[in-house]
Structure formats: structure tokens, C-alpha cells
Design a protein around this ligand. Structure first.
Ligand code: ATP
Ligand code: MG
Length: 667
């Protein structure tokens, strides 16, 4: 059966572009109506909106995949498979590169979405035995990276604590021939500290719960998470919703698929075990307040497992080395310092291991014949974050979101404009908020926040959190998107503490803590994290690279919405959804799509569907399809103002015009 060309469901409307009015109320009501019938997907043109159902829906199986393979985007109800398929077929016919940007807040369903896309490609692309192995590796890289990079948080039991961009490489036949992953900003602080109700990375629990007796003995570990300081701070190590023993088996199996032989696997777990041992290293203070190791056993295990000298390790954790002329002087740490050094080492070890793991996975997925390939990139990246106390990590995450919003603005506007130009259609651009001003505020050379941070940290002498903040106040004094206690007017001042600065992000206000505050024994604050300078600059350049990678490709968007905060199936929290609709820029996107022409179709497709409505075009139109369409719409009484004829497509201004035509067709 030929489906409706304009997507109108029994329930609600399948494409927001076709709503009668573009108000937030109308958008929300349409989403809600559809969600109540388990229709979690809706389009805005080719952008896919998805609402997390928090329950298994019977829409992700082979049969469903087959329904969507090679079918025109708008002919079937919205689905993530339709988007995946459309990107794939466009890539094959136009032989160009694409990316799918998946965004949304924590728990909205980004990672699930990216897995569904990967599964779709694994099933739908043509296959040969040889290439199956590449495919398996791509699929199996997921459980491994999730074990090492995901954790239970208050918002999501399987929260990704790193950003991920994965290229899937296809040859000219459409076979998946290779893959490559780039990872961003792993949340390393989680290795040593977890908030109440949160866990460390899954892999630690999997190892101590699922590892064989023999393996644990070799690693000097005891069975059970309760033995390890780094695993119990959140007081929720064991959860009904997570089966660490089973997951352990999955990960072990996946490691084999991605070419980890026994030696490499052992090595990996030795390093993971060493972090657990480090967390159990304790210190006492002597009579002068200097630190002493309380017990050597744990440290010996660390030294064994990592193959480093026990004595040097101990010295490194309890003494500071001071270079004095030609000599080295050892000055003892206080216990606080020793704990800081221990935790810093644990974080560094884990961070390096994660990078190593990603590199190994990349080697195993490498495309052996890189000639003639096109790619589809999948970007699953952390959404905008606002907490009660926001520190450096949130600053980076929100900066990343500003950049992606900027990219979105450029690409959507650009492609819309290009389409009108290519088709020879006049149009007036829509006005909306351009967040470039905020990107500049953060990253501009010599003047942006990151540059100031850089300079302050390099300044010899007495740079502190406070001088950094003062310098920011000096530089950003009049900036409309920056405010501090000192710069604020009376009303705003009441809501700002000294030592904080606030940015007016495109998605809302966020207050960042600069001057360290004691919170759960962790020092928060931007400058306090000494390493953040390097990280901020490095992060800025890796985002720059990512932007370049993406700019060179054709964009597809999936916007994931979280339906409720309590992970309940079927609950639609209207206030929560309204907020996400706002900051994901859905209304703006909708307006851009509608500003010019809400609807456009290639002449031949339009004619094929509606030709029965006009005696002159039925049953056959002999002549150019464009002329047939002209005759057809004249006959239907389209007013000159309602449509434009482009080079290959008809553009229709209002959805109601098309609705009327579709109604006539159905009758
Ligand atoms: P984070 O930013 O924390 O990584 P996320 O956006 O990646 O969050 P997911 O891990 O993809 O969120 O989803 C959270 C949970 O929501 C999943 O573990 C699953 O239980 C449920 N979920 C998400 N998408 C779907 C879906 N399409 N169908 C059924 N359940 C889903
Ligand atoms: Mg995720």
C-alpha cells in the first residue's frame, strides 16, 4: 500500500511542520497525545524527536527494520530506523558523508538511540562473512565502553560519563567496512568520589561481583564491593536494576570479539584492580602532623599489579620532591595531601586506561582498505547540565553544548538557504537568537574565559581563584551574558554568592563556582582543579576539531526528551518536557522550517500521488512532471501566493493547502 505522503496519523500529527499553529501548547499537546499511544517518535521535517517511554516497545525488531528499508522517509510513521535508512541511502546515492547528532539531557535516551541505529545498519547493510566481523566488533565495542565509561547516577542507571563520536565507514556497495571512535572528557573524578545514590564506573562492580575466584585471587581482590572504599561512598553498590554478574560475562565475551587476547585482558584487569587497591591505601599522621602509611599490603599489591617499584610509589604518595639547586629534597606531605596525591594517581591511571581501551577498539575496527569509503558519524554527547553546585566539568559540558547549538544554527540555516537558492526560490530569513556571542565569551582568543583562565594559571606568583574571578570581572564587565555578585544589580545579587560567576547560556542560566567550597570533602571550584587549565585548552581544541569534522558532513538530528524524572513508564511530565522543548531549540527549528515553505516535494513524486485528482493528469501525464504539477495545482485552485515552483520541487507555504489536497485524495 502506498502510504500517505504527508504524514498524518490516526493519533496526532507525525510532523510538527504540519501543525496548524506553531505554539508551544500545540507542540506539547501533540507530543502528549502521541506518547499516550506509545508513539514516541515525531518529526520536524527530517529532524526526529523521541520521547523516552521507559518501557520496552515492540518496534525494534527485524520485521520492523525490513519495513523501513529503502522506503521514502515520509511514507511510514516516524521511526529512528527511517532516519537511519534515509541517511544511509542518501550517502549511497550522493556518495557523501553524514553525521547523526543525538542530543538531550541525561536519561533522555541518547545512548539507546545510537545503539538502535548501529543495530539497524548491522542488519540492513549487505553482508559478506568477512565484513560480519567488523560489524560484530562495532556492536561489541558498546558493552565494553559502557562498562568502563558508564555509571549509575541519580538521573540514569546507565549514564554515559564521556562524550562519544563514532564513525561508521561504508564502501561503495554500502557494506560497513570499519569504524573509529573519538572520546571526550571522561568524568574521572567519579573514580575516587561518588555522590550519595551514585556508583563508580560499572566495570569495578562487575569485576568484584562476577570475576572468577581464581582471577580475584591473582589480583589480590576480595569478592564483594563492600570491601572497597572507591565503591561504597554512594551507598548503593548493589541494585536490583543492575546485574553485575551477567554484565561481567557480556563484557568478557565482548572483549574477545574486539581482539583482546588473554594477555591484554589480564593486563586490563590488573590495572582496574590496582585502582581498587589504591583506594584502600590509608594514611595516619605522626606527632608533627606528617603522613605515614598505615599498612603496606595494599600498596604492595598496587606495585605488583602495575609493575612499579614499591618504594618509589610510597615516596611519591607521602613526600613532595623539591628541586633545590642540584639537590632533591624530600618534604613530607600532610595526610590531606597524601590522600589528594593517591586520588590523583587513581584518576590518572583510570583515564589512561580508558584512552588505551578506545585505541585498542579502534585498531580492531580499522578499515583495511580505506579507498572509496563514505561515513556516517554518530554523536552521542552529554546534554546541557545544571546542578546545585556547578564546577569545571559542567562548564566544559555546557560549553560543548553551546558549540553544537552553534553548529546546528549554521547548518540548518545554511542548508535551508542553499535549498532555496538551488531551487531558485526567494525567501526571507527568520530571526532568532544566535548563540555565537556566548561561544565567543567562552573561547575567544586572548579575551574569552578559557584564555583568562590560561593566563591566570601561567602568571607567576600569586594567582588564585579570587584573582581569576577579578580578572574575569575586569574583562567581561559589560558582557550581557556574564554576571558576578559584584557586577549584578540589586535583584540578581540576592541570587549570587561571592566567588561564583553566572553565564546566560542559550539554554538558561548556570552559576559556576570558582572559589573552592568544601563539599563532601571534595574541593570544588574552577581554579582549584589545577589541571583544568590544560584540560580546558585541550577540550577547546578537540571541540574545534569535532566541529570541523561535522561541518564537512550532512547533518541529521535526533532530539531525545526525558518523559519524567522517576523513570516511570507511560508518565508524561508536561513541565519537564516543556523545558526540554525550549532549550533543545525545537520551537526555533520548527519556525525556521515553516518560515519559508512548510512543505516541499519532488515533482514526479507529487504528481504520482495526486494525479487522480485532475482529468488532465489522469491516468498519465505526458510531458515534464513540473508542467503536470502546474496543471494539477491550477485545477485544485491553489492561489499564486500559496506555492512556488522550484527547479525540481514544488514548495507549499501552508500545511493546510496540502491537507486539503490530501483530503480530496482520500475521498
Ligand atoms: P546519559 O546522558 O546519562 O548517558 P542517555 O540519554 O544516554 O543518558 P540512555 O542511557 O540512552 O540515556 O537511556 C536511559 C534509559 O532509558 C535506558 O537505560 C532505558 O531504560 C530507557 N530508554 C531509553 N530509550 C529507550 C527506548 N527507546 N525504549 C525503551 N527504553 C528506553
Ligand atoms: Mg548515554
Amino acid at each position: 500500500m502506498e502510504g500517505a505522503l504527508i504524514a498524518r496519523d490516526r493519533v496526532g500529527i507525525q510532523d510538527f511542520v504540519l501543525l496548524d499553529e506553531t505554539t508551544e501548547v500545540a507542540v506539547l499537546s501533540n507530543l502528549k497525545k502521541r506518547f499516550s499511544k506509545d508513539l514516541i517518535y515525531t518529526y520536524i521535517g527530517t529532524l526526529l524527536v523521541s520521547v523516552n517511554p521507559y518501557k520496552e516497545l515492540d518496534i525494534y525488531n527485524k520485521k520492523q527494520m525490513e519495513i523501513y528499508m529503502g522506503v521514502n522517509f515520509f511514507e511510514l510513521p516516524p521511526h529512528i530506523y527511517a532516519l537511519a535508512d534515509n541517511a544511509y541511502h542518501t550517502m549511497l546515492t550522493e556518495f557523501n558523508n553524514h553525521f547523526i547528532l543525538i542530543s538531550g539531557e541525561s536519561g533522555a535516551g541518547k545512548t539507546e538511540a545510537s545503539k538502535k541505529i548501529l543495530q539497524y545498519y548491522a542488519v540492513s547493510c549487505p553482508s559478506t562473512t568477512l565484513l560480519n566481523t567488523v560489524r560484530d566488533k562495532m556492536l561489541m565495542s558498546n558493552p565494553v565502553l559502557e562498562a568502563f565509561g558508564n555509571a549509575k547516577t541519580l538521573k540514569n542507571d546507565n549514564s554515559s560519563r564521556f562524550g562519544k563520536y563514532m564513525d561508521i565507514q561504508f564502501d561503495s556497495q554500502g557494506d560497513a567496512v570499519g569504524g573509529h571512535i573519538l572520546n571526550y572528557l571522561l568524568e574521572k573524578s567519579r573514580v575516587v568520589h561518588q555522590n550519595h545514590g551514585e556508583r563508580n564506573f560499572h566495570i569495578f562492580y562487575q569485576l568484584v561481583e562476577g570475576g572468577s575466584d581464581d582471577l580475584l585471587r591473582k589480583l589480590g581482590l576480595e569478592r564483594g564491593c563492600q570491601h572497597y572504599n572507591y565503591l561504597t561512598q554512594g551507598e548503593c553498590a548493589i541494585l536490583p536494576s543492575i546485574n553485575d554478574k551477567n554484565d561481567w560475562k557480556t563484557v568478557k565475551n565482548a572483549l574477545q570479539v574486539i581482539n583482546f587476547d588473554e594477555a591484554a585482558t589480564n593486563h586490563l584487569f590488573e590495572v582496574i584492580a590496582s585502582v581498587l587497591h589504591l583506594g584502600n591505601v590509608r594514611f595516619d599522621s605522626d606527632s608533627k602532623g606528617y603522613t605515614l602509611l598505615s599498612n603496606n599490603t595494599e600498596l604492595r599489591w598496587v606495585s605488583n599489579l602495575l609493575g612499579v617499584d614499591a618504594h618509589s610509589l610510597q615516596e611519591g604518595l607521602t613526600f613532595r620532591k623539591i628541586e633545590a639547586k642540584k639537590d632533591q629534597v624530600l618534604s613530607p606531605f600532610t595526610t590531606d595531601h597524601a590522600i589528594y596525591a593517591r586520588d590523583a594517581l587513581a584518576k590518572a591511571i583510570y583515564g589512561q586506561t580508558f584512552t588505551w581501551l578506545v585505541n585498542r577498539i579502534n585498531e580492531s575496527m580499522e578499515n583495511k582498505d580505506p579507498s572509496r569509503k563514505t561515513v556516517i558519524g554518530l554523536l552521542d554527547i552529554y546534554g546541557f547540565e545544571v546542578f546545585y553546585v556547578n564546577s569545571f566539568e559542567q562548564f566544559c559540558i555546557n560549553y560543548c553544548n553551546e558549540k553544537l547549538q552553534q553548529l546546528f544554527i549554521q547548518l540548518t540555516l545554511k542548508s535551508e538557504q542553499e535549498e532555496y537558492e538551488a531551487e531558485g526560490i526567494e525567501w526571507e530569513p527568520v530571526q532568532f537568537f544566535n548563540n555565537k556571542i556566548i561561544c565567543d565569551l567562552i573561547e575567544e582568543k586572548h579575551r574569552g574565559i578559557i584564555s583568562v583562565l590560561d593566563e591566570e594559571c601561567l602568571r607567576p606568583g600569586d594567582a588564585t581563584d579570587l584573582t581569576f574571578l577579578e580578572r574575569l570581572e575586569e574583562m567581561m564587565g559589560n558582557h550581557p551574558h556574564f554576571v558576578t555578585h559584584k557586577l549584578a544589580d540589586k535583584m540578581t545579587r540576592k541570587t549570587l554568592e561571592r566567588g561564583d560567576f553566572r553565564l546566560l547560556h542559550y539554554a538558561g542560566e548556570v552559576t559556576y563556582c570558582v572559589v573552592g567550597k568544601r563539599n563532601h570533602n571534595e574541593l570544588l571550584g574552577i581554579m582549584t582543579l589545577v589541571l583544568c587549565v590544560q584540560v580546558a585548552t585541550q577540550f577547546k581544541s578537540s571541540l574545534q576539531k569535532l566541529t570541523e569534522i561535522l561541518m564537512a558532513k550532512e547533518a541529521w538530528y535526533i532530539r531525545c526528551l526525558k518523559s519524567n524524572e522517576s523513570k516511570q513508564p507511560g508518565q508524561f511530565d508536561e513541565a519537564l518536557i516543556r523545558h526540554q522543548v525550549k532549550y533543545l531549540g525545537l520551537m526555533e527549528h520548527l519556525r525556521v522550517r515553516r518560515a519559508g515553505f512548510a512543505y516541499r516535494r519532488k515533482y514526479d513524486i507529487f504528481l504520482k500521488r495526486y494525479k487522480p485528482l485532475c482529468p488532465a493528469t489522469w491516468p498519465h501525464w505526458r510531458g515534464p512532471p513540473a508542467d503536470g504539477v502546474e496543471v494539477l495545482v491550477q485545477h485544485l485552485g491553489y492561489l499564486p501566493d500559496e506555492y512556488k515552483m522550484g527547479r525540481t520541487k514544488i514548495f507549499i507555504r501552508h500545511p493546510r493547502t496540502l491537507f486539503a489536497t490530501e483530503d480530496a485524495y482520500e475521498k
